[in-house]
Design a protein around this ligand. Structure first.
Ligand code: ADP
Ligand code: MG
Length: 260
């Protein structure tokens, strides 16, 4: 069975990338799909949210500098079928240092290739920093599909053009000609506001075949879980947030035939 790599990227922060990366990865694992979550954000929010303490020397910083392998960084989590490559502050330096190396956009792809080829994981999910810098661009170069999270707020679509243009650039420059937009996840949906509904409708009009029909509600439980180092499935498995991420995983599985 082949491995599919999804990059969750967006130049904006606070749009639900990490919450989606962590809980979507956990939902896939809950469905017994072997999943590797890669934390590529030096802030290491995904690492702590999944209950792993960050540790100097345990991230892709070394492998990105030809020092050690990605395999060596794979860390078990307390969740069956879910592994993590953690992040730590050092990774921030890679943002600058990568630019000075040869084929700098292809570094991560090279680093992850043996993990990918091993077939150990069905899904690799990469959580990106909130900027389209070296790390995010490397993640796009390494991915089969980009997943975009958009907050249900004014100007949600702003910046969408920028990231999609970057995808086109990577394709036409033959850095990753196979890269596709895999889907758009609407997050922090507030049922009490008409605005949330309007934003979802607007995105639906723009990208009808990309938007997932599952919309992630704004709920305090989803924002509390990370401070306990837990996914929503450990923290409050019957909450609306948990249900939403389960449904999103179901859609992803169907859209990409992850069971096949
Ligand atoms: P990003 O990784 O894009 O910066 P995060 O996933 O860290 O975004 O989310 C930003 C903030 O919003 C965090 O404090 C997070 O806990 C909170 N948050 C994310 N999704 C939700 C949601 N559906 N409901 C409530 N709070 C959320
Ligand atoms: Mg984040």
């Amino acid at each position: 069975m082949s491995t599919l790599v999804f990059s969750i990227a967006n130049q904006k922060g606070g749009v639900g990338k990490t919450t989606t990366a962590v809980n979507l990865a956990a939902a896939l694992a809950e469905k017994k799909i072997e999943t590797l979550l890669v934390d590529l954000d030096p802030q290491a929010n995904a690492t702590s949210a999944i209950g792993i303490e960050k540790q100097e020397g345990r991230s892709l910083y070394g492998p990105l500098h030809d020092n050690g392998t990605a395999e060596e960084m794979i860390t078990a989590t307390s969740y069956p079928h879910l592994s993590l490559i953690p992040s730590e502050e050092d990774l921030a330096a890679a943002e600058i240092e990568l630019a000075q190396t040869e084929n700098y956009l292809m570094k991560l792809r090279g680093v992850l290739s043996s993990v990918r080829e091993s077939g150990r994981f069905r899904v690799i999910l990469i959580d990106c920093p909130p900027a389209l810098g070296m790390l995010s661009m490397n993640s796009l170069a390494a991915a089969d599909y980009l997943l975009i999270t958009l907050q249900c707020e004014y100007l949600a679509l702003e910046g969408l053009g920028q990231i999609l243009r970057n995808v086109e650039r990577l394709k036409t420059a033959n850095i990753n000609s196979a890269l596709e937009l895999g889907g758009v996840v609407m997050t922090m949906f507030d049922i009490r506001t008409r605005l949330s509904r309007q934003v979802v409708d607007e995105v639906k009009n723009h990208l009808p075949d990309k938007i997932f029909s599952t919309v992630i509600p704004r709920t305090v439980r989803l924002s509390e879980a990370p401070s306990f180092g837990q996914t929503i499935f450990a923290y409050d498995p019957l909450s609306p947030g948990a249900t939403a991420y389960r449904n999103l995983a179901k859609e992803l599985i169907e859209r990409f035939k992850l069971h096949a």
